[in-house]
Design a protein. Structure first.
Length: 266
């Protein structure tokens, strides 16, 4: 099985302007494909912007934005994962969609962060969404979801090889990008592509620091604090070797973990 070069688009695009964000995604897809990437990952809510009028910009999973991204993916021969507000009847979800190169999957954020998200979105209820790409099992979650260890462990137990996490992670929580994400990759024996927005937007200040972390806990590639397209390789050989030597999943004792599904008194 060959390596999957994965491109991380660290950008906030142009909040509120879907057409310009599609242009930016098209340019990034062209650059990623020219660099040998088979997968491009854009941040949370990249299609519309994050601090925007969510109800006005939300669209169905098969809406015009989705069709435009599918055309970009097909034109450049690359799979694309992007975030957007998904309208489903009267409800709006903070969603991410993977399209291109024969794969397709949609995910709705399960853990909403802060007043803005809880007032704007309905939480999703499916924690493990997967797709197949180049022989790898791809998982999807969004931003705050990765900060819950149970979420990522569920993906590990379902066989996820590469977890895609489009995010809008803000100051002063940069330790999540710097430290927590590589630990999640190590303790669950998978690759994690964590792709952030960057710069001020509304009342938020996004910190960048996107990374592709490997199963050894090492960030294979790390962006800075400006708009940037970076690329790293997901190596199935390294993944297999690491899983062969790391005992975490095999040494689990599920019978001891009943407290994890009981409500806290806090």
């Amino acid at each position: 099985m060959s390596m999957l070069r994965t491109a991380l688009l660290q950008s906030s695009g142009t909040p509120g302007d879907v057409a310009k964000n599609l242009e930016a995604l098209d340019a990034a897809a062209a650059s990623a494909a020219a660099g040998g990437a088979g997968l491009l990952v854009a941040p949370e809510m990249f299609l519309t912007g994050y601090a925007v009028d969510v109800p006005a910009l939300a669209e169905p999973a098969d809406g015009p934005g989705a069709r435009a991204v599918a055309e970009i993916a097909e034109r450049h021969g690359i799979a694309v994962l992007y975030g957007y507000p998904e309208r489903a009847g009267e409800r709006v979800f903070n969603s991410a969609r993977l399209v291109g190169r024969g794969t397709s999957a949609g995910y709705r954020k399960t853990h909403l962060y802060g007043c803005f998200e809880r007032e704007s979105f309905t939480p999703g209820d499916n924690p493990v969404v997967q797709a197949e790409l180049d022989g790898l099992r791809i998982g999807i979650m969004i931003c705050y979801d990765v900060e819950f260890p149970e979420n990522v462990r569920a993906h590990a137990l379902a066989g996820t090889d590469l977890l895609l996490v489009p995010t809008a992670q803000m100051h002063p929580y940069q330790f999540v990008a710097e430290s927590l994400v590589p630990v999640r990759a190590f303790e669950n024996q998978m690759y994690v592509a964590y792709v952030n927005r960057v710069g001020p937007e509304g009342g938020f200040d996004f910190v960048g620091l996107s990374c592709l972390a490997g199963p050894d806990g090492v960030a294979r590639v790390r962006a800075g604090r400006a708009e940037e397209l970076v690329m790293g390789d997901v190596d199935p050989g390294l993944l297999a070797a690491s899983r062969n030597t790391n005992p975490y999943l095999g040494d689990r004792r599920p019978g001891l973990y009943g407290a994890l599904v009981r409500s806290s008194d806090r």
